[in-house]
Ligand binder design. Sequence first.
Ligand SMILES: [Zn+2]
Length: 391
Amino acid sequence: MPTSIPSEEELLKLAQSRTGKTIEQLKKEIDEYAQGFARFLRKERRLITYLYLKKVLGIQPKLPTVPPPHMITLDELKRTQVKSRLSTQGYIVNIFTTKTRKGSEAIGFDIIDVKSAMRGKIYFSDAIENWKQAKVRVGDFVRLKNISVSDWKDRRTIRISSDTIIEKVNSPPYELEECATKIADLVEGVYSLISVVVLSYDERTYIGCPYCAKGINAQPGQVVTCPKCNEDVLVKELKWINILASDNDDDIKMEITPSVLAGNEQLEDYLNDGGILNVFGRYRDGVFRVENIIPSISRHYEEPTVKIQERFASEEEESKVVNLLVERIPLIVEAWGERTEEQIIEVLKRHMGVSEESAKKAIKACLALGKIVWEEREVDGIKEIVYKVGG
Ligand SMILES: [Zn+2]
């Protein structure tokens, strides 16, 4: 395997542009620096120049990043002895922000393929910027090229760097639902996806600590010392949701904790929606702890109850349908990250049997309500409008 270190000439040019010194001057300095090494090593100019830039001038030459040629599964990623320059693919089922122990921003995500799920972490501002540029959303199928893995507390984690190539795939090799585990096959403590229908749910509200969810006898808005966190916290009204769901063969108890619900209130809308939900989380002590919910678009719209006739008896009936579509369109857009008008209309026509006219009316209404927003994009020199979820 040829070295990834740039040539001596390239390194010198880089040093020249950063320091303003002449090539001759730099060569002289490097010659002197080389004296500090064993004679045998002094003639390895590329290596010595690289070290001089790094150690003396404080310049980190960018190594060429040729992404590894083939994708490996998450299972293989969990077992591989090689820790870097790896590539994998799967559906993003969860994205969250966290803080490092030093207090700087970090992003976490969960990715799943047909066999297993893994958590990823993104630290450092240039890596976070790389991730943000890729505009990955929950439900996207992505290829991650040139990642590394790290082991922490027996849990292997994916690391994204500024050199990772993040590609969203428009026609994934398999559907999200194919990544689901049957309830009967769930393994204690293992993160999994289940595809279920919600049979019933109830919620409990109480006043408590927004960090650990412990109930506290106080008024919302009061600052109280949390007995569990041992810190002054602003107590809030918290909501805990208990759910009973079925995957056709078995029922399961699920729960959504206040910390998962905070900032993700749409989870409750999904529960109300009545369709098939892809729920990501893990099974512990007889309960499936929900981390995120991704509505199942295709199966959802194949439900006979939402099939709609193309011809309407009255205007009133049509406006009912448009209102229903207004609720669905953001879910379609959300599931794919972004969609063109033609793509949205296609889904609505195919799965709900509505007319193009009603679909267009509903898209307009969504835009007016701010439920979706449009963005102009240029692909191969062709400008196109894509819709994304608003807000
Ligand atoms: Zn607390």
